[in-house]
Design a protein around this ligand. Structure first.
Ligand code: GA4
Length: 326
């Protein structure tokens, strides 16, 4: 079990920080510009007034609770996560560990429906809930990417078309973090929380996360502070991924984040959609039309090439530097 020392928790935190929050119902140009500003400064923001029906979110959450409340031997029938399926504590293939259990799925309807057979006694219900959630969040991801393209003065849809490709490599993950251990007193847990999911950057283009109202998520700020992100079940968190850092030639920075576990009486459920292009897609910088921005910072690479490096490494590895042009 990996515990976070108290210095890594409260004393390093910047209490005055307020998480950038984008109200999607506001004027389009204002929203686009605010999104660009948040991606440049933090690589992270929250979305409110996004218009996603609560029914779709709660169906997905209910299916997740049903799955995680099954006996361990039943859940293991859906594993191991190599890379897709059910996983417990072990993350990836290189020995990373966390205080969580999870399901990881490919985000396409045929694969979801195939996997659902091992996930639920009512596979159609499970499959319908996941498919509807994933499709809805994919549309939201496209909307966010269209705002980014507009704010960056890139050709219309030039980012969203990458994740709309039929061969897109997007995936979907549900993480379940247990509540604090009753044998431990709550004071202890608050002062010395455990690492639920270790620090890392997401490799894809963007990640859209929704959690229940249990905290634990922290992002790392440019001035070297861990910032706790207050949970809110009606909001979505958006993370810039490493592929978007490359596509924007480092104008947007992918945000390092982690999840602390074991300091609430309730369990935390988070659902992440990782929006990725096809394996063959080029991650080459898309410079704004008529812009003198430069020089180019990364060598040409495809998502497939980058993914191979990501999946052969450790969770917290710095991977992008191998692709930097000197
Ligand atoms: C981090 C982001 C996503 O959860 C994920 C993770 C993947 C996995 O769990 O299999 C990885 C991790 C993530 C990056 C490094 C490698 C691969 C675990 C790991 C140690 C699904 C992804 O795409 O990259």
């Amino acid at each position: 079990m990996v515990a976070v020392s108290p210095t890594h928790h409260s004393s390093e935190e910047n209490q005055s920080f307020s998480v950038p929050t984008i109200d999607m119902s506001l004027d389009r140009i204002l929203v686009s510009n605010k999104i660009v500003q948040a991606c440049e400064e933090y690589g992270f923001f929250k979305l409110v007034s996004h218009g996603i029906p609560n029914r779709i979110i709660s169906n997905m959450e209910e299916e997740s609770y049903d799955f995680f409340s099954k006996p361990a031997c039943k859940k293991q029938e859906a594993g191991p996560p190599s890379p897709f399926g059910y996983g417990c504590k072990s993350i990836g293939l290189k020995g990373d560990m966390g205080e969580l259990e999870y399901i990881l799925l490919e985000a396409n309807p045929s694969s979801i429906s195939r996997r659902s057979i091992t996930m639920s006694a009512d596979p159609n219900k499970f499959s319908d809930a996941v498919t509807e959630y994933v499709q809805t969040i994919r549309d939201l991801s496209c909307e966010v990417l269209d705002h980014m393209a507009q704010g960056l003065r890139l050709p219309d849809k030039s980012l969203s078309c990458l994740i709309k490709d039929d061969d897109n490599d997007s995936c979907f993950r549900v993480n379940h973090y247990h509540p604090f251990d009753d044998n431990n007193n709550i004071e202890n847990s608050i002062n010395c929380p455990l690492i639920g999911f270790g620090e890392h950057c997401d490799p894809q283009i963007i990640t859209i996360l929704r959690s229940n109202d249990v905290g634990g998520l922290q992002i790392y700020s440019k001035d070297n502070h861990w910032i706790s992100v207050p949970p809110h079940p009606a909001e979505f968190c958006v993370f810039v991924g490493e592929a978007l850092q490359v596509l924007t030639n480092k104008r947007f920075l992918s945000v390092k984040h982690r999840v602390l576990a074991n300091f609430s009486k309730q369990s935390r459920i988070s659902m992440m959609y990782f929006a990725a292009p096809s394996l063959a897609a080029s991650l080459s910088w898309l410079p704004p039309a008529n812009s003198p921005f430069g020089p180019r910072l990364y060598r040409n690479l495809t998502w497939g090439e980058y993914k191979k490096v990501v999946y052969s490494g450790r969770l917290g590895d710095q991977r992008l530097e191998f692709f930097e042009l000197s």
